[in-house]
Design a protein around this ligand. Sequence first.
Ligand SMILES: Nc1ncnc2c1ncn2[C@@H]1O[C@H](COP(=O)(O)OP(=O)(O)O)[C@@H](O)[C@H]1O
Ligand SMILES: [Mg+2]
Length: 281
Amino acid sequence: METPVPPLASALGAISDANPEDYREAVLRQVRALTEDNQRLFQSALRSEKRFRMLAKAVWKIQEDERRRLARDLHDDIGQTLTALANQLQRIADDAHAHDNVGLKNRLADALEITRGALRDTRELSRLLRPTLLDDLGLEAALQWLARTLSERSGLAMECSSTLGEQRLSADLETLVFRITQEALTNVIRHSGASEAQVRLMRVGNLLRLQVSDDGQGFDAAELNNPDKAGDSIGVRGMRDRAELFGGRLEIKSALGMGTRVTLVVPVDPEDELQAAKTGG
Ligand SMILES: Nc1ncnc2c1ncn2[C@@H]1O[C@H](COP(=O)(O)OP(=O)(O)O)[C@@H](O)[C@H]1O
Ligand SMILES: [Mg+2]
């Protein structure tokens, strides 16, 4: 149990009649005690913050694991059922063709088309939930796939460049950058009215820098950059909170008519890298 520092006034009051040297000593003792107390409080705040970050990361990891499981179930279970259904329909359609039943053959062709569409959607949904590409091939490949997929879906031109190559980072950091890019690009599609978006990823020393920019209508980002006011903007707040969990920073630059640029700067922890090298991601 730490002894609390007695209030300065009462401690000094007791010796206020003593000689100046004692008085000076007493003040110094008090200042020292207060400084030590402050340091203890500071250390305890640091420990609490570290623990909070660890817990928040753990919650986030559980969410990502759950997504990974859902993505696999979607792909394997529903995906395989739909594949079997499509094959079956194809066989019946072939029979109908052999028996010259044109009406039935056309209806089956429609059913087949719907089934194949559902299969495509299921696979895409599964990959967006958690792309196996991210685990297997790493961040650069996953970002390129994401830009291509969202571009095909939205009709918006998307360009993706990276200086990372096949270099792997820790799985958590790769996931962080992937999710922030996903949210930023989704915002571009939903809100910007842009014709073009760019994703740039570069590593300079131990800093990773991600930029997602668009040439859309832009908006007043002042409120969003104020952490206390970002209130309802769940997407932006989520991006910022996650960036901070990794010791990073997220900044949004935007102005009406001038497009938007989201920048993430996050440190690459050398220990994480070592881990990535051992486990392959
Ligand atoms: N790229 C962008 N272009 C234009 N407006 C944007 C862009 N990104 C974000 N915004 C604005 O910021 C708001 C907050 O974004 P976000 O927190 O992701 O919430 P949501 O997407 O659910 O509306 C959006 O509603 C939109 O008005
Ligand atoms: Mg959003």
